[in-house]
Design a protein around this ligand. Structure first.
Ligand SMILES: *Cc1c(COP(=O)(O)O)cnc(C)c1O
Length: 361
């Protein structure tokens, strides 16, 4: 028997999902987003699994922090590894050169620093244009200046142009079309350079954004941020599981959990689960948030605590101590759980804590 609380990862589901990326974007190279420890799936495992696919769909991976890149490099010695927008200084540039990391440059000061630096090896630079999110990226003027500084500079072996959409998941928004044309026209005015715009939502909903490199994240892990794809197009890679520790038969009028938030209005069977917020199950899960047990849904009933949660299984008389419970995974998506909890699958995936056993198949 497994631990009381564990998370399973399916290599087959991951391979299935990247095949869907390839089908949707047949011409583009795929840069798999493995930041946030592979969206909580294990950056190293995700990278290895994608590289070991029979058909090598994945041409590189990207992370957000230098320490993520350093850790991954130990197991992934030579492939393309992009470090997304970070604080750029000379030591960082040297690290990038030594580890052969591609680097996103999102301001002119960083481009200037690179143009003047003396580095042990030239870098592959991805210049980022701000197309509307106003988070990271250069305006037109600075982008052009940075491009000119770096286009023929010996510290740079090749230049890519990139941007990031603010709302590609909103398929009715006109903003994405504008954001596509902003990068495309600016890039074109500077010559032929590989371009990259599309996150998962744009891969699915905006084929004209695919360009030379697509950057799928959440769809690799099985969530469709647009809701547009057929159910079978993506499969959940992560299954978060626990077991029933105990069951209580309660009369009407009893309370359950801290502050007795849940009150029974009829005689009820309450099952206690071996999962809490110290495992990464959200404390703010309201009553009614579903879990899956013996193929049926049961609602959270009472406040989630550090190690334990309670669910109402009055309608599942066969539920028994020791039963396996799916918190999200097959049959219950993290996106649906996220909707109850006021969050998204991305956050749920990245919050599973260390004490939860990882089982890779
Ligand atoms: C995380 C990230 C992505 C992937 O986004 P998804 O919505 O998970 O597909 C793409 N590009 C950049 C720059 C990112 O930071």
């Amino acid at each position: 028997m497994h631990n009381t609380t564990w998370v399973e990862f399916s290599a087959e589901a991951l391979r299935h999902n990247i095949t869907t990326v390839r089908r949707l974007a047949p011409e583009a190279a795929i840069l798999a987003m493995v930041k946030g420890n592979g969206y909580g799936h294990g950056a190293n495992w995700v990278t290895q699994t994608l590289l070991q696919c029979q058909r090598p769909f994945c041409q590189g991976v990207a992370v957000a922090r230098l320490n993520e890149a350093q850790r991954l490099r130990e197991h992934y010695p030579s492939g393309r590894l992009l470090l997304l927008g970070t604080l750029v200084d000379l030591p960082l540039l040297e690290q990038c050169a030594n580890l052969q990391l591609d680097l996103v440059v999102h301001n002119l000061a960083s481009a200037t620093l690179i143009s003047k630096a003396s580095l042990p090896a030239p870098l592959v630079i991805w210049l980022k244009h701000n197309v509307g999110m106003n988070r990271l990226g250069m305006n037109r003027e600075d982008f052009i200046a940075a491009h000119k500084l770096l286009a023929n500079c010996e510290q740079v072996s090749s230049l890519h142009h990139m941007s990031h959409f603010s709302e590609a998941d909103d398929v009715n928004s006109e903003a994405t079309a504008q954001q596509i044309s902003r990068l495309t026209s600016l890039s074109k005015s500077l010559g032929e350079h590989p371009k990259s715009m599309a996150n998962s939502a744009a891969i699915i909903a905006h084929p004209n954004s695919h360009a030379q490199w697509v950057r799928p994240g959440i769809m690799l892990y099985g969530d469709d941020p647009t809701g547009n794809l057929a159910d079978t197009a993506l499969a959940p890679v992560m299954r978060f599981k626990t077991r029933i520790l105990d069951i209580h038969e309660l009369a009407a009028g009893e309370g359950v959990g801290y502050n007795r938030r849940w009150r029974t209005t009829v005689p009820s069977r309450i099952a206690t689960l071996a999962v809490g917020y110290a495992d990464g199950y959200p404390r703010h899960a309201p009553d009614g948030t579903p879990v899956l047990i013996r193929g049926k849904r049961a609602p959270i009933a009472g406040r989630v605590s550090m190690d334990l949660s309670t669910i109402d299984v009055s309608h599942i008389p066969e539920a028994a101590i020791g039963d396996e419970v799916t918190l999200w995974g097959e049959g219950l998506s993290a996106a649906e759980v996220g909707q109850h909890c006021g969050t998204i699958s991305y956050e749920l995936f990245t919050r599973i804590t260390d004490r939860v056993a990882r089982i890779y198949d």
